[in-house]
Design a protein around this ligand. Structure first.
Ligand code: GAP
Length: 514
């Protein structure tokens, strides 16, 4: 199946099976805002649990907090978001549509990439087994010409972005003859900066009200609580503070479903360290975070680091963990060495001393910080895209199965009476009443057993049990495994131990430890 089709199918599967709905759908929706349904919320909670426990339970020097969305507006001045959290925007005068100038140019670069890959694919088909791809890329005049154009554009674009040269960004759009996808014209306005933070008013009267922002990242809530946590928790450096919470960005180009949203959730951890040790810690956190991702079993080849060449002025190292989505390798998590920038800025703007007294050194310093920052929704999307699978069965039927890691699956066990009578529903409910304290169970009695299996496959339920007339005699049930569709007869009393080991977050964490 083409990757584009996979993505479309994942999006419609998310809606059809209660994972993700467009927000305010009965009012025609709200752009780039989504709601999680009955299965989505369970999967999302499991992802959050996996992250939280891997940070807070597995590290005795990491603690959590839950700070508010509204914060004092000066925080965003200190952090640089008021002045520099901008996207360059351009309008098309004919369609009146607004675009991100950088995205228009990136799309143009992607078009060159596509042309190059098409040439290579054609040659691969033509030459078959004997095809030497590396040599072809080095020698084919068409590939070389397109590569040269692509690289020159990329260089020009990077230079313009690094200097935030808005005129040059516009000139690139004109020189590349980029047209508006709606009007088809090149009637572009100037490029302007647009701040991504949402503003609102706090206070009851117009005079006394204060403009505040919906936080665009959870990290600042950690920085401004650094002293509180360090003092009350008697934390010794190195130590970390973790937080999961909503963030808001007025994204202009909101695309690819839940990949880029206006309201989303982040899982961030700021690790406070002694200055001078940051590059070692950065390396360590890169490994730790990559191991966390790969522990889900999606295959190491689907992840890569993208080290940043151009660093933000406050960072001295930064990388993204990218996952192979159906629309290419995309950032899921960022790991940044943020030096003492944030704490120093808050010290300056608040006038409060924000230091750490190091008893071993006998001196005080402003800690340096390594940040790990992952989007819950992007993680959710990567899990869905990788797990979605259409399988051809031996009997010619197709089944859609979500091969979710069992520990992340919304429902762990579905219990199904063979028929809706003669004591079977009661027996099935007894099993659920016993097991529901240990993991999420679902009762399902509607339709044929085959249809019920398919329904559970589609939401990724790793285990189903069928209660039949033999069950009433010998307390055994048929246990059916999602991935292999293998079925075996087991005692009801054994169900908990068979299933629990596979479906808990603890089981995932134990694998991480090995
Ligand atoms: N505190 C650092 C920070 O916020 P970021 O790279 O802007 O860094 C971190 O964001 C992560 O948050 C990203 O890797 C991504 O997973 C997620 N994220 C950022 N913007 C998002 C958006 N508009 N929609 C969904 N997730 C987003």
């Amino acid at each position: 199946m083409a990757q584009e089709d996979v993505f479309k199918k994942v999006v419609s599967h998310c809606k059809e099976y209660g994972f993700v709905f467009p927000s305010s759908e009965i009012y025609d929706g709200l752009g780039a805002v989504y709601d999680y349904g009955q299965n989505g919320v369970e999967l999302k909670n499991n992802i959050k649990q996996y992250w939280w426990q891997s940070m807070v339970l597995m590290h005795e020097n990491i603690v959590g907090i839950d700070s508010s969305v509204f914060m004092h507006p000066t925080i965003w001045k200190a952090s640089g978001h008021v002045d520099a959290f901008n996207d360059p925007l351009i309008d098309n005068r004919d369609s009146k549509k607004r675009y991100r100038a950088d995205v228009l140019i990136e799309d143009q670069i992607a078009k060159y990439d596509e042309k190059i890959e098409k040439e290579v694919a054609k040659a691969r088909k033509r030459f078959g087994e004997a095809f030497d791809e590396a040599k072809y890329r080095e020698t084919s005049p068409r590939v070389l010409e397109e590569t040269q154009k692509r690289d020159a554009l990329h260089q020009r674009y990077s230079d313009a972005m690094n200097k935030m040269d808005l005129e040059e960004l516009r000139q690139i759009i004109l020189d590349e003859q980029i047209v508006c996808p709606i009007s088809g014209t090149r009637n572009w306005t100037e490029v302007r900066q647009f701040n991504l933070m949402f503003k609102t008013e706090m206070g009851s009267t117009a005079d006394a009200s204060m403009t505040i922002y919906l936080r665009p990242e959870t990290a600042q809530g950690i920085f401004v609580n650094y002293l509180n946590v360090q003092k009350t928790g008697r934390m010794k450096i190195p130590f970390g503070i973790a937080q999961i919470g909503k963030a808001f960005r007025n994204e202009i180009v909101a695309r690819q479903f839940i990949f880029r949203m206006r309201e989303f959730e982040q899982m961030e951890m700021q690790f406070f360290i002694k200055p001078g040790t940051e590059l070692d810690w950065f390396k360590q956190w890169k490994q730790t975070r990559m191991a966390w991702h790969q522990n889900l079993g999606f295959g190491a080849e689907n992840y890569r680091f993208h080290d940043h060449e151009k660093l933000a002025h406050y960072a001295n190292a930064a990388t993204d963990i990218e996952f192979k989505m159906p629309f290419g390798f995309k950032e899921v998590e960022g790991i940044h060495s943020r030096t003492d920038f944030d704490l120093s800025q808050h010290e300056k703007f608040s006038g409060k001393q924000i230091k750490y007294y190091d008893p071993e050194l006998g001196e005080s310093y402003t800690p340096y910080v390594i940040e790990t920052s992952i989007g819950v929704d992007r993680m959710f999307l990567s899990v869905m895209c990788h797990s979605y699978c259409e399988e051809q069965l031996e009997n010619g039927e197709t089944r859609v199965v979500l091969r979710l890691p069992a520990a992340l699956a919304p429902v762990k066990l579905a219990v199904m009476p063979l028929v809706k009578k003669e004591g079977l529903p009661e027996k099935a409910r007894q099993i659920i009443d016993d097991l529901k304290f240990h993991f999420n169970c679902q009762y399902d009695e509607k339709d044929s057993i085959g249809k019920r299996y398919r329904r559970q496959d589609a939401i990724g339920t790793p285990y189903c049990v069928t209660v039949d007339f033999d069950t009433l005699q010998d307390d055994t049930v048929t246990l059916r495994m999602r991935d292999t569709m293998e079925q075996r007869r087991v005692k009801i009393s054994e169900l908990r131990s068979i299933i629990e080991d596979e479906v808990t977050i603890t089981s995932l964490l134990k694998k991480l430890k090995q």
